[in-house]
Ligand binder design. Structure first.
Ligand code: AHM
Ligand code: MG
Length: 291
């Protein structure tokens, strides 16, 4: 409910960006040295506020915050890592963007601090994302499966529109930024040459949008390390882990190329990782390819 309520606010802000002069950058840079867009900043505030009001979330880690934000009390049972607005480069050009959330249980035996947010992805109890696209869709995964809800803008309610989502086995798409080709390893280049002979390329440049399409149609999302990003670009705690949890519940897998994403032992909140995500056989094709 807290995510749905925050998403409703963000969806309205997205619709009115240009009208309300809410597009463009704040002039600030975040902890990762990236430009902070106005929507990145307001998205962070909106969801922090939402979690604070719901009382269930003790602490939040966010792409937009250097350290943890306390949002609950002694009894709040969950911890959240989030990317409040993902796909920043697409905000001002009317292309789909999203929000991503990983939800972990709180360990009541130990003191809450930043390291409480550094728990393996396999310990998540749920994960969710919202895609603000041709419609606004919220997808929630827990151990009981993956459910997809569509925002009815006439009522402000999310309606269950796709129950127990499972990846189709005959997958269609692969998604990669070909502009990074020269920096890719020979193995990644070889796997892409293999993929391009049989599958269609789709790449939005918003992780949530690329992920959502591949979840419904089947496919693989690939953001490997390259010469400019030796550890990959995407972040483990609030991009790779939540989406790997969701894909697992839908029958697929997330990999760093070396190990399952959900098994990676996190060291820092803003840790980056290479990410290969999708149908298990498609991910296997990429990670096991040897030139
Ligand atoms: P952001 O969290 O600052 O928006 O960056 C993450 C985005 C992802 O949504 C997307 O998959 C990736 O960056 C695209 O990167 P590139 O433009 O290098 O292809
Ligand atoms: Mg992001």
């Amino acid at each position: 409910m807290a995510i749905a309520s925050g998403a409703l606010t963000i969806q309205k802000q997205v619709d009115r960006l240009n009208i309300d002069n809410h597009h463009g950058t704040t002039g600030k840079t975040n902890v990762q040295g990236e430009e902070v867009q106005k929507l990145d900043e307001s998205g962070n505030e909106v969801f922090i506020d939402s979690f604070r009001k719901c009382g269930q979330v003790a602490m939040v880690g966010s792409e937009e915050l250097e350290g943890p934000e306390f949002t609950g009390d002694d009894h709040s049972p969950y911890l959240v890592n989030m990317d409040p607005v993902d796909g920043s480069s697409n905000i001002d050009v009317a292309v789909s963007i999203g929000s991503i959330f990983g939800i972990w249980p709180r360990n009541f035996q130990s003191q809450l601090n930043e390291s409480s947010l550094l728990s393996k992805g396999s310990n998540q109890v749920a994960a969710a994302y919202v895609v603000y696209g041709s419609s606004t869709v919220m997808v929630i995964a827990s151990k009981s499966g993956v459910q997809s809800f569509t925002l009815d803008t006439s009522t402000g309610m999310f309606v269950l529109t796709n129950q127990n989502v499972v990846l189709p086995s005959n997958w269609k798409y692969y998604s990669v930024n070909y502009g990074n080709w020269n920096g890719f390893s020979k193995n990644i280049q070889g796997s892409l040459i293999k993929l391009q002979s049989s599958y269609s390329l789709r790449y939005v440049g918003s992780l949530v949008a690329d992920f959502h399409r591949n979840l419904l149609k089947g496919g693989v999302f690939i953001y490997p390390q390259d010469e400019n990003s030796p550890n990959g670009k995407l972040r483990l705690m609030y991009e790779a882990n939540p989406l790997s949890y969701i894909i697992k519940q839908a029958g697929g897998v997330g990999s760093s190329g070396k190990e399952g994403i959900l098994d990676v032992e996190p060291k820092i909140l803003h840790q980056r990782t290479p990410l290969i995500l999708g149908n298990s056989d498609a991910v296997e094709l990429v990670v096991s390819y040897k030139k």
